[in-house]
Design a protein around this ligand. Structure first.
Ligand SMILES: [Zn+2]
Length: 331
């Protein structure tokens, strides 16, 4: 007999410093950053190699996500997701103070073969963007493998990339095989497969912390790029009304499905056959679970609702905006 049943969980952030990071993870999202100027990523829900989330508070404080997936998989993941060795999604916040490298991620088959990792399809939800900020997503129409290869070899990749000025609230679906770069001045939430398989094709002529250019992975990137994808723009789906406010269907792929809610009345979130991830966007509210747990919903807060807790109530303090993310059935 297990002493307690699972409750909604919040994890300690795993902070990553990289050359393109800044200080917004602390300043805007309240993450516990130190004095340095290059805080790039906050991994909120992670179960990959040495990066494993640990529960921050409540009855399960100190337990790792990996341990919970292995010992309480049915309760946590739910029957629709089935037993898993590893939590299937990675959720992080990124502060691109400067542009990231131009990169591409493999699909599952190539990820296993070339990187010993899962494939990586990812979705971005823009939280803040400077007026001049850019996102590069997809290749311009007609760019084929040989054109792209020549551009990589001559360091002239940028003119081949489709780009746009992102705005807060934009959601961008980056399927595996899409060439992309997040530009400087963008703060976003990223939901992706649990993977870190990245092939870098261009790093804007800059050097890493050791004064040397960071490694490029040209062969692998050419193999991983899907030249059929073409330009990628933010998703524009209709905002729909329901009894508690509005919702919008955002990115959807084989691995996850994201919805955006804006509510000013109580609303039920979660389902007993699968886990639900909640990410606060703006305003404030609280998740009230039947387990008695109470967790704040606000910008920078990420909550994992175990399947076994069923429906949980989100209680807005005024208006609260948040994303939910679920995984489709495995079968
Ligand atoms: Zn990426």
């Amino acid at each position: 007999m297990k002493e307690y049943s699972l409750e909604p969980l919040e994890f300690r952030p795993i902070l990553k410093r990289l050359i393109w990071g800044g200080r917004k993870l602390g300043r805007v999202l309240g993450k516990p950053i130190g004095p340095e100027s290059d805080y790039a990523e906050s991994w909120e829900i992670a179960d990959r190699r040495d990066d494993v989330s640990v529960v921050a508070s409540g009855r399960f404080a100190g337990q790792s996500l990996r341990e919970l997936v292995r010992t309480r998989g049915d309760e946590l993941l739910g029957a629709a997701i089935g037993p898993k060795e590893q939590f299937p999604l990675l959720v992080k916040y990124l502060d691109a103070e400067r542009v990231l490298s131009v990169q591409v991620h493999p699909d599952d088959e190539l990820g296993a073969r070339l990187a010993g990792d899962n494939g990586k399809s990812e979705a971005w939800f823009v939280l803040q963007a400077d007026p001049e900020a850019l996102i590069y997503a997809g290749l311009k129409p007609g760019v084929d493998r040989s054109t792209f290869q020549r551009a990589i070899e001559s360091g002239t990749v940028e003119p081949l990339l489709h780009r746009f000025h992102p705005e807060p609230g934009d959601c961008v679906m980056i399927h595996a095989g899409t060439v992309h770069a997040i530009g400087g001045g963008v703060l976003l939430a990223e939901i992706q497969q649990m993977s870190d398989a990245t092939f870098r094709v261009y790093d804007w002529g800059r050097v890493g912390p050791n004064g040397e250019p960071r490694a490029l992975h040209v062969e692998q990137a050419l193999e991983a790029t899907d030249f059929e994808i073409g330009p990628v723009d933010p998703l524009r789906s209709p905002i729909q009304a329901f009894e508690s406010g509005t919702y919008q269907d955002l990115a959807e792929c084989k691995y996850f499905k994201i919805k955006r809610y804006r509510i000013d009345r109580r609303c039920a979130i979660g389902s007993s056959d699968r886990f639900t991830i909640v990410l606060g966007v703006s305003g404030e509210g609280e998740i009230e679970s039947s387990t008695g747990a109470r967790l704040s919903v606000a910008a920078g807060r990420t909550i994992l609702i175990p399947a076994a807790t069923g429906k949980n109530i989100v209680n807005p303090a005024g208006t609260v905006e948040f994303l939910t993310c679920v995984a489709p059935s495995t079968s």
